[in-house]
Design a protein around this ligand. Structure first.
Ligand code: PMP
Length: 424
């Protein structure tokens, strides 16, 4: 079927090839049903943060208004209810990424904090001058800067594996970067700037063969791909709740239990201790050893609701829907004169990053905004990617389960309009 016919089918039935009823899904997201600058909102900034389904909003409302008390502390009813819900959320996360044990699930603020935790608590105590950390060109700043800080602190060296012109990791070059000094590989599962899906299974196998550990930055992957940390055999896996249709301020670090057990605490405070005296403090068992202070337990419970929501629809169904949207978007954007897509990996997620000849990304973003179309413009916290592709910035449309072909048509129409304004 060509794109046009696809569009017709889509609009009539309200469901894509995936069979997902997208109108029903959209009805679950109150934020989607609003006007922006007098136009219906077309929300295509999902890689930055996704909108929230009603079940998540209701869950937050419920726990703040009805079952609210601090966790792990009180013997009273409300505290026990909140604690149970918090620990149930941990179990939901465990099942969602198929970790072997809830002790391997540490709640953190988000991907950024998870990576910093690994850098400071796993790497800093043991890494020596000359030890190597290997990342890739396509990493988000969150998976670059914590390692640079670590290198300053320990004398370790940061190495970077290159990508090809499509934005795919050059696996052979990657393997050549591995050596006897490699201690850790930190790699994104799905690039936020290019959309590339990395072959993390192979990366992990190669890295383990060299006796090093692997951290996977799953910030962009978990809302779109089924993740199985046991099948991957990754040592660390990090993600954020807010990109997964959950609340802000909550995220997850998965780490193998044996690693967490050997790691010193990240922060000191309440909840992470077993016994405190002025002479000596002993620590709580994992994962609480890494959860100092009052955790964002309502956020964790809300993220649990988001996990229920996406698993209810099914990640396969979501992936299929987003895949057909990405194909359609690639096709119609490709028809716009002067538009170049940055990131054309064979194995790609639902991210359409592009430059338009004659219009700076920020100007384009402003014009699109006037048409109600929300996209991200800039370097996407991946400045080295921009440098690799020789562009100062891109415009990025990132798609989620509630987006439609009609919205992509609106994006394309707004870009055509921008070209007219700029007399291109
Ligand atoms: N890694 C990637 C690939 C991301 O896309 C992001 C968010 N843009 C992060 C890390 C950081 O996530 P957070 O800001 O939620 O900590």
């Amino acid at each position: 079927m060509n794109g046009l016919n696809d569009t017709m089918t889509y609009r009539v039935s309200g469901s894509g090839e995936s069979g997902m009823d997208v109108e029903k899904v959209r009805a679950d997201f109150p934020a989607l049903h609003q006007m922006v600058h007098g136009k219906p909102l077309v929300y295509l900034d999902n890689a930055a943060s996704a909108q929230k389904p009603r079940i998540v909003l209701d869950t937050l409302q419920h726990y703040y208004s009805k079952e609210y008390a601090n966790v792990h502390r009180g013997v009273h009813y409300l505290s026990e209810q909140a604690t149970q819900a918090y620990e149930l959320a941990r179990e939901k996360v465990r099942a969602f990424i198929n970790a072997g044990d809830t002790r391997e699930i540490v709640f953190v603020r988000g991907t950024t904090e998870a990576i910093n935790l690994v850098a400071q608590s796993y790497a800093r105590p043991g890494f020596k001058a000359g030890d190597e950390i290997l990342i890739t060109t396509m990493e988000h700043h969150s998976n670059i800067v914590p390692w640079q800080l670590l290198c300053e602190q320990t004398g370790a060296v940061l190495k970077v594996a290159p990508v090809n012109d499509a934005g795919e990791l050059l696996l052979e070059a990657f393997e050549q970067c591995l050596g006897p000094r490699t201690r850790l590989v930190a790699v994104t599962h799905l690039s936020n700037a290019l959309g590339t899906i990395n072959p993390v299974e192979q990366i992990i196998e190669m890295t383990h063969a060299h006796g090093a550990r692997v951290l996977v930055d799953g910030a962009q992957a978990v809302p779109h791909l089924g993740v199985d940390v046991q099948a991957l055999d990754c040592d660390f896996y990090a993600f954020s709740g807010h990109k997964l249709y959950g609340p802000t301020g909550i995220g997850v670090l998965f780490a193998k239990a044996e690693l967490l057990e050997a790691m010193p605490p990240y922060q000191g405070g309440g909840e992470m201790i077993s016994e405190v005296t002025f002479e000596k403090t002993t620590y709580a068992d994992i994962p609480l050893k890494f959860e100092a202070g009052t955790p964002h337990f309502v956020g964790a419970i809300g993220m649990g609701a988001a996990i229920d929501y996406v698993t209810g629809i099914g990640l396969d169904t979501i992936a299929q829907h987003e895949h057909s949207l990405t194909e359609y978007g690639t096709q119609i954007l490709g028809e716009i004169p002067g538009l170049r897509i940055i990131g054309t990996a064979h194995h790609k997620g639902s991210i359409l990053s592009f430059v338009l000849e004659g219009i700076h990304a920020h100007d384009l973003g402003t014009i699109l905004d006037q048409a109600g179309v929300a996209v991200r413009t800039g370097h996407h916290c991946a400045m080295p990617v921009m440098e690799r592709f020789g562009v100062p910035a891109t415009t990025r449309a990132s798609l989620a389960l509630y987006n439609t072909q009609q919205e992509l048509d609106q994006l394309a129409a707004a870009i055509h309009e921008a070209r007219k304004i700029f007399r291109l």
